[in-house]
Design a protein around this ligand. Sequence first.
Ligand code: ADP
Ligand code: SF4
Ligand code: MG
Length: 332
Amino acid sequence: MTTQTKLEVSDLVKHFGGGLSLMRKRRPSVQAVRGITLKVIAGEILGVVGESGCGKSTLAKMLVGLDQPSEGTIQLDGNDLVGANGKVNLKQHARRVQYIFQDPISSLNPRKTIRDILSAPLIYLQGLSAEQRQSRLEELMTQVNLRPEFLERYPHEFSGGQAQRIGVARALAAEADVLILDEPVSALDVSVQAQVLNLFKDLRESLHLTYVFISHDLGVVRNFCDRVAVMYLGRVVEEGPVEAIFSQPRHPYTQRLLDSVPGQLVRKLPAEDDAVELPDPMHPPVGCAFAARCPVATAECRQSDPELDALATGHRVACYHPLSPPDANNHD
Ligand SMILES: Nc1ncnc2c1ncn2[C@@H]1O[C@H](COP(=O)(O)OP(=O)(O)O)[C@@H](O)[C@H]1O
Ligand code: SF4
Ligand SMILES: [Mg+2]
């Protein structure tokens, strides 16, 4: 695989709300993303994992231009999608980076046929003639394993798995080369999930696509992704090749996530107290956001937030006291 950078995110921040109310009272601000710096390599599948509410979808929406960052930049192939002045380059976004939604049917306009839905980007983004469109529509349907007759149907006539294929065809119609897959199979029956994931894999090979794959299903992430970024309260706390993250997790939060996966052979952390308080995105703590839940936290951890530092080739962790690799631990 090449190591050319496809997407590059620098110091990305997103807060919602804030400012003053009509009564001149300060409104609460939610810090959904609190400074993310991340590269996505061309052709790879980068998994993004973390508990609900940690900012995965907010990150995803900024990557496709649906949300404007409060701070930071996003580059695609070295060109600004969001520049230092906060300006969003919508034209680039609309074409090249596309969002695949969790709920495939409701992401398609119920009043339009599949032909209309897929034709829109062919007309408005690519200016294809009627004849060119017809052959491109047939090609798109074949690429996502759907029969071209389905073009005349409406979204409600499709199963979830089929609707997800149409969502992919719509992204391909825009000539996207990066797909942001936000829990793309979570709403599908287990029996259909593997089919859709295999389609994603095949399309990545044949069309040289790059994916950011957001999922809470760590089993799927392990099988599907090349690298993984672990998020906690709006930050990436660990990032690395999938095998390193799963077999040698170094951040206590990553270990905590893996503890809940059946069949995971690495060591476990002591069980968590049910009464433990989760951090509040409206009032993030001063130091490491995981400190209240961390069995190895020290005073230092509560004073400042650790940077995401490289440990070994390609493996980064934001922790003052990273866990030792499990093999070394066996001698304890
Ligand atoms: N449009 C919004 N307005 C206010 N708060 C939001 C908005 N979108 C997300 N949030 C908040 O930002 C945080 C991150 O949410 P989200 O990115 O959806 O997390 P995830 O996808 O990881 O579950 C949550 O606390 C959520 O409540
Ligand atoms: S920085 Fe400290 S509190 Fe945070 S995860 Fe590491 S050891 Fe735990
Ligand atoms: Mg989400």
